[in-house]
Every structure is written in structure tokens, then in C-alpha cells.
Ligand binder design. Sequence first.
Ligand code: HEC
Length: 136
Amino acid sequence: MLRGLFLTTLLVAGVAFVAAAGDSGSANAESGRQLYAENCAACHGRYGEGDGPVSGALMVTPPDLTQLAARNSGKFPGAVVADYIDGRKTVAAHGTRSMPVWGMEFWLQAGADKAAEAKIKKKIDALVGYIAGIQD
Ligand code: HEC
């Protein structure tokens, strides 16, 4: 319940943040860029550099997402990033984390049924594509 409230607040903050930047309405609603702006920028920053408006309030500083390839010998670790965003496997194996478990959030948003699983994959793939495109 509290967690849901926290997420809602974050999402609202994210949307307000994007609207303020004058970015809304340009891209297709399901594009990676739009999904990133709505769900991720509040923490990871508008340009992915880990400096979003909410980042200071977190126990763990959000990592700079433009450095994922550089930190992996120049190769963007797409599959690892996809699993990380989804989070359902990681959390099962390692317990809690600061970042929301997007696999669960997107699943709930998509209606929490069998068809929802395919929609999650599309969203996560779009996000991974977007993040791949902002590597330094
Ligand atoms: C509530 C703040 C918050 C939001 C919102 C958030 N993240 Fe994160 N993210 C974090 C934190 C903090 C970490 C560091 C690991 C941890 O503690 O969970 C992280 C880690 C990551 C990592 C792992 C990076 C690495 O160093 O390997 C990826 C990839 C990532 N986030 C992508 C995303 C994407 C994509 C979204 C939007 C769907 C998102 N994050 C939304 C806080 C957030």
C-alpha cells in the first residue's frame, strides 16, 4: 500500500518533469523514450545520468545508465539490462532492491493476466532499445 503510493508519487513527479521539459506528446506513447521519461527519469535523470529529481531522496544513488556499455568493455549488455529492469528474477534471487520491480508494475498495469506477459516484454524491449541508444 505504502509502496504503491510511493510509486504513484514518483510517476506523477516523472510526468510533471517531462511535461515541464516540453517533451510530451511528440513520440508514440509506447516508445522507449516515452516509457523512460514516464517511469525512469524521476530517478535516473532526463539523460540517464543518475541525477533525476528523486535521486537525492533514495538510499541508493541511481546508476548512470549512459555508462553501461563502457562498464562492460564497450559492449552494451542488453539481456542483463532487460532482466534487471524486469527484476522479478533478480529479486527472487537476491532479495529487495531500491529500484521498483518493473516486471511486476507493468504486469499489473497490463491487466495482470496471461496476455500481460507479452505486453511487459514489449515495454522492456523498448526501454532496453532506448537505453542502448544513450550509451556514451
Ligand atoms: C525509485 C527510483 C528508480 C526508478 C523510478 C528507476 N530506477 Fe533504475 N535503479 C534505481 C537504483 C537505486 C538502482 C541501483 C540498484 C538498486 O538498488 O536497485 C537502479 C538500477 C538500474 C539498472 C542497473 C544499472 C547497473 O548499474 O547495472 C538499470 C538498467 C535501471 N535501473 C534501469 C531503469 C529503468 C529502465 C527504469 C524505468 C523503467 C528505472 N530504472 C527506474 C532507481 C530507480
